[in-house]
Design a protein around this ligand. Structure first.
Ligand code: GUN
Length: 283
């Protein structure tokens, strides 16, 4: 078997066209959705990510503001910027790019963002809403993975989903979203014994560890859906995921590539959250 590709670029183009159409409708009512992105320091990967986020906003007709601050910015000054953006009516979504410099308590900064503008979905109120099934912003990367499953028409009810990785940004919210879609969920992590024992039983596998070759062909049930959240570099410096793509694609039923899989979907779901925030602000 050769797995079918789930093309994150193609799906993103489709979803971003829907976003652009909704932005136009809102513009007719005099509202332009606005996203503020704060970058502290000069992490090169973060610089690329925030540029892509701001460009995606512009491409869909949204307003965006990029604030870049030196790594020496104090926590107090960063909190003051967040408070100012909370009170800025032209801004509907606030994103503070992580990681932050070590002298800043990232969780304190996230909790300072108004839950109504928490388009990253990292605020404890957003996490609690997801946990309890109440409306709130879902973290963009796992939400993008759910959109990919929806796109291929995959019914998760009663299926066994295995998530590898327990981060607050991907693994934990991913498990909750799969659970909400009626999958039976196993959440594996660095202390899991015999990872392959779990993955071999899975109908759906989401790999979100940040390490190459975490999932190899011998660990995958024939026909399974494999979603690769990893963003790593191989020995030649080429972008690669957590999954041994060439090996696993010979066994899986569906697979996401890296690049061109989950990555573009993360930014797309950020646009969707920002647009939702703008629409909700109108009541
Ligand atoms: N750093 C890496 N991914 C993300 C993300 O999705 N949001 C924020 N704020 N920082 C990140």
């Amino acid at each position: 078997m050769t797995a079918q590709l789930i093309d994150g670029n193609a799906l993103s183009r489709q979803l971003r066209a829907d976003v652009a159409a909704r932005v136009k409708t809102l513009a007719g009512r005099g509202i332009t959705p606005g996203l503020a992105v704060i970058l502290v320091g000069d992490n090169p990967a973060s610089q690329v990510y925030v540029r892509n986020k701001v460009k995606a906003c512009e491409d869909t007709g949204m307003h965006s503001v990029l604030e870049t601050w030196p790594a020496t910015l104090s926590e107090q000054d960063l909190l003051a910027r967040v408070h100012a953006l909370n009170n800025d009516p032209t801004i509907h979504g606030i994103l503070v790019q992580l990681p932050l410099p070590a002298h800043i308590d990232a969780q304190r900064v996230i909790e300072a963002i108004s839950p109504d503008k928490d388009v990253d979905g990292f605020h404890v109120a957003s996490a609690g809403a997801l946990m309890t099934g109440l409306p709130g912003f879902w973290p963009c990367t796992p939400h993008g993975c759910m959109k990919m499953l929806e796109h291929i028409g995959y019914d998760l009810r009663g299926k066994h989903a295995v998530v590898i990785g327990r981060s607050n940004i991907v693994g934990k919210p991913m498990a909750l979203m799969l659970l909400q879609a009626n999958a039976t969920v196993t959440l594996c992590h660095s202390a899991t014994k015999d990872l392959a024992h779990h993955t071999r039983q899975a109908d759906v596998i989401v790999a979100a560890v940040g390490k190459r070759n975490v999932l190899t062909a011998d660990m995958v049930k024939p026909g399974a859906v494999v979603i690769d959240v990893g963003m790593n570099r191989n020995d030649e410096g080429k972008l690669c995921g957590d999954v041994d793509f060439d090996g696993v694609k010979a066994v899986a039923g569906w697979i996401t590539p890296v690049p061109g899989g989950v990555g573009p979907m993360t930014i797309t779901m950020l646009l969707v959250n920002t647009l939702d925030a703008a629409e909700r602000s109108q009541g």
